[in-house]
Design a protein around this ligand. Sequence first.
Ligand code: B12
Length: 234
Amino acid sequence: MSDQEDDIILSELDNEELVQQMFDDLYDGLKEEIEEGVNILLERGWQPYQVLTEALVGGMTIVGKDFRDGILFVPEVLLAANAMKGGMAILKPLLAETGAPRVGTMVIGTVKGDIHDIGKNLVSMMMEGAGFEVVDLGINNPVEKYLEALETEAPDILGMSALLTTTMPYMKVVIDTMIEQGKRDDYVVLVGGAPLNEEFGKAIGADAYCRDAAVAVETAKDFMARKHNKLAAG
Ligand code: B12
């Protein structure tokens, strides 16, 4: 009664089969298999950036789509993201050496007074999965912490999360402070969290409200593409 999965020896697959198998393993949240797959591809001479984009980001794109379409749910996505993290941990130092192009950088944190971080972490992991560099400030962030990170990290995107009706107004405090300091237009501000909606996002002056991590990735990519087009147009 051997499980079919047990019979697959990753090192015996050719590159195309291995990448397909890694898509499946990522979908199933199998961290060790993903780590093994990453190592095999590297041993076969793949560049770290190619492993990242073709095997990991490719696999996470499928996870993201099925999450958006309600086929996968939070626990499965967290497992997939955790498997992805295992692969990323191997690639990160190599990518730093080889200078892989980044899609963009995001600073993200849960606002002051709020300790919910599951959704924020999911967004972080999905953004990393899509090739973004993510600087996670954690929970309970006062405005000073956000502003300091904007200064030191110079991200493209600022993401704020709030899960309480009592803490969500704090996002406006951060945006208003950015306006006061003349920094608002230097960043794309994305906000999210269960009690928010599009109207709220608009009212506080965010660039977009994202209802889940999949939408966050799509929205972030969209803003980065617009930014590049603008730069290209001079
Ligand atoms: C888990 C949980 C907790 C855990 C948090 C653990 C943790 N590490 O996060 C614990 C037990 C600690 C907790 C504590 C409290 N909680 Co609580 N909690 C929840 C619960 C059940 C789930 C939240 C969650 O993780 N959802 C799953 C994630 C994946 O979804 P998400 O956070 O919405 O994130 C997605 C999107 O919103 C979006 N997103 C989120 N952030 C961002 C950011 C950006 C930039 C973008 C683009 C997108 C984005 O993408 C995410 C992924 O798809 C909710 C109920 C609920 N259904 O929401 C209550 C809930 C949020 N909690 C609530 C309350 C009241 C509290 C407490 C005040 C309880 C108490 N009396 O002590 C404390 C708050 C303490 C504090 N100061 O923050 C209330 C809030 C009510 C309200 N209207 O304000 C809720 C709604 C429960 C309820 N029905 O009463 N809680």
